[in-house]
Design a binder for this molecule. Sequence first.
Ligand code: BV8
Length: 245
Amino acid sequence: MQTQLATQVTPELRERFSTAKKVLVLTGAGVSAESGVPTFRGGGTSAVWKGMPFDVISSAQMVERDLPAVWEWFDYRRGVLNQVEPNPAHYVIASWQDRFPEFTLVTQNVDGLHRRAGSRNPIELHGSMWHARCIDCHARFEIPRIGLRPNDCMSCGDRLRPDVVLFGETLPPGAFELAFEVATQCDFCLVVGTSGLVYPAAGLPEIAKQAGAYLCEVNPERTPLSDLCDVLLTGKAGELLPRLN
Ligand code: BV8
């Protein structure tokens, strides 16, 4: 199967999308790029925080080693998120949730922008930076967009950590299993703004492909997932997704 390269929605892509019954959308950091949220591997460089590559500062070991530094990193990112808005890509994806007999949004992002755009229940494979979790009793607390985040667990008093899946940590119980199940049943899979490097999330398009789904990737660049896809829509999600409507 040869991946078709396109910069505009092709007639076949439009037909496949408009007749789809079970749609799976998988998003990564690229869907938030046009909101002004830096991606992790944008432009070939990896995000660095105070000299640490993001997969070091966002790792299980760092929670053990230097929890205050991990909080500083996420406090900084919440500060960035407080200055930005969802972009057309988030809004269009939210508008699709009632358009198909079955629709599931799975995101690797922890920025909360899909929810702010109106997506009601995205599967947030990597958690959310807008929640904290107790290191000890695992109680979860929402972090307000404005104002101070809770410092210590209000249930047991122990320390809190971001309720985010860091590198080397397992995903929230049931999240990947649910996403996996959807991928085995879908007939249309849209992969938006991910470099396709982080597993197990990046394994979902392959599952959809094996299930016979039509795959469309939306990304300015090719990724390791591109060859799996029937069509690679080359460009920005905020510009291209509204044209899929
Ligand atoms: C796991 C939260 C089982 C944190 C994230 C050693 C030990 C344990 C596991 C591993 C190991 N070695 C490897 C692994 C597996 C590891 C992994 O996959 N590593 C990779 C990097 C090699 N995975 C894990 O650790 C996962 N857990 O495997 O558990 C286990 C557990 C213990 C022991 C054994 C096994 C957990 C992974 C989750 C990590 N947490 N996020 C945080 O946010 O700080 S992942 C992080 O990367 C973000 O969530 C991000 O979303 C995700 C993926 O990146 P992308 O979203 O793809 O973003 P990226 O910047 O890379 O790409 C952006 C794309 O957008 C580009 O393609 C660009 O071209 C495109 N783009 C740009 N502009 C636009 C655009 N597209 C469209 N429109 C635009 N305008």
